[in-house]
Design a binder for this molecule. Sequence first.
Ligand SMILES: Nc1ncnc2c1ncn2[C@@H]1O[C@H](COP(=O)(O)OP(=O)(O)OP(=O)(O)O)[C@@H](O)[C@H]1O
Length: 319
Amino acid sequence: MTPVIATEGLSKRFPRVTALDRLSLDIGPGVTGLVGSNGAGKSTMIKILLGLSPATEGRAAVLGLDVSNSGAAIRERVGYMPEHDCLPPDVSATEFVVHMARMSGLPPAAARERTADTLRHVGLYEERYRPIGGYSTGMKQRVKLAQALVHDPRLVLLDEPTNGLDPVGRDEMLGLIRRVHTDFGISVLVTSHLLGELERTCDHVVVIDGGRLLRSSSTSDFTQMTTTLAIEVTDSDTHPDGTAAVRDALAAAGVTLLSASEPGLPGAGHILLVEAAGEQTHDVVRDTVAGLGLGLVRMEQRRHHIAEVFREQKEGVPA
Ligand SMILES: Nc1ncnc2c1ncn2[C@@H]1O[C@H](COP(=O)(O)OP(=O)(O)OP(=O)(O)O)[C@@H](O)[C@H]1O
């Protein structure tokens, strides 16, 4: 099967910066997240895939079409939601999306029909005749999504669609994105600088950093059951910081300690993560905690979140 997106040794060098560095990727149908911090090269990648910006080296194909000579054919088949606000304030969502549909070559009646359907899909049907200037950020993001979908593309490239949204708005946008694929069968490439938020939405996640590929794998590979044990213990008069006492004793017993799960979260300092080397680790933990006269609040095998897997890899600790 032809991959939806394929790149080989793809590089983009600006005079002072290498935005993409020999990236080789195969992305299949479904919802794929392209994750990287600001400046990682996500927007550059999207512009190359749309045939809007030439690569310095290497090759890329979208839906089997070479980006170096088939930009127009790619843009007919691919929808694009840009990162920044690009909407005219004085026209309504309907006028704008009809205009974009006409630009994509749809005849007037089909453009109006597809616009109504698409605006309904993104939840903007009631407000569709109001000028965009009065819309909230979330509504504007939905208009941008609608114009990317209106010409019934086979693939949409969404650049940071959750930017500027509050947590509820983010969840709604991520739900909509998931449905673009499940309801219409359109493949999606969605960028984000937040690895965690793509976990529920994407089938596949590609992580880039400084223009280089860090990892490309299915979301379930990132989050599969790992051999990690989460341990929580009580404190005592002898050991006012029970967690620290257990951490030291386990390290002395040769147990591998992993970094804490969510350092920023309240209570996270009380959870120890250790690598479980078979059943014997459970016994060592139980004996160590008992030997210190502390109580074991919990000891459980846990799933990783993809953000943790990365934090651990980047810190050089095995995932
Ligand atoms: N036209 C350009 N000229 C020079 N440097 C550029 C140009 N476009 C992007 N860059 C640089 O290339 C690097 C990658 O930028 P890019 O916009 O692709 O990152 P990004 O991952 O999309 O981040 P963000 O979410 O902040 O846009 C950055 O260092 C950026 O400054």
